[in-house]
Design a protein around this ligand. Sequence first.
Ligand SMILES: [Zn+2]
Ligand SMILES: [Zn+2]
Length: 230
Amino acid sequence: MPDTSQTYVAALADLFYPQRCVGCDRRASGVLCRVCFEALPRMGSPVCGRCGLPTAFETFVCEECKNVDFGFESARAPLKYAGVGKEIVYSLKYRGYKRVVERLAVPLMLEVLDDVHFDAVVPVPLHRSRLRKRGFNQAELLARGVAGKINATVSDTLEVVRSTRDQVELSAAQRRANVAGAYSARDPLFGRILLVDDVFTTGATMSACAGTLVRAGAREVHALSLCRTV
Ligand SMILES: [Zn+2]
Ligand SMILES: [Zn+2]
């Protein structure tokens, strides 16, 4: 069970401080002030059809990912994990602002989806102890927001079965080893799945989750995050 007092505090904060820009904390009429909105670190196009990195021309696979084995078919993110993008993730992760999800994150994420037909939307799960501490899973908030707009159901089939180290200091290879076998699917799945997280760094977490979903019966998995490191 999530810590309800924390979700309650987040909801209260949402009520009483709705007029602050999540990018710079100055007074604003929306979730972002005009300056921060214009400074959104958009990924732009074209991007690699597979890993979502910006590329010089349209391509199905880029130099960065051609030798990487991903469990997903494609990965997309509307923002680079920098500047205002980082501030938005921070506001989701530590405050769980619902209005940021609804008014900003979800519309941006929908912009980069080429095809919105999915049989289910699956959030990258948090380990139980982290969920207890935070009170909510920011990936689930995003997944619910996206699912609501594309008429898909949210599946909570994925769970963390082994706790992983904080990945911040780890290399790409260490990250893959760190998350190998960390996830499990409670129920079988089918069809086309949209896997959602807040940040895509090396793709190790998304890839491990996607592999688990494919073994549970998914035909294909597409990854969608709000931000991506470039
Ligand atoms: Zn601002
Ligand atoms: Zn690529």
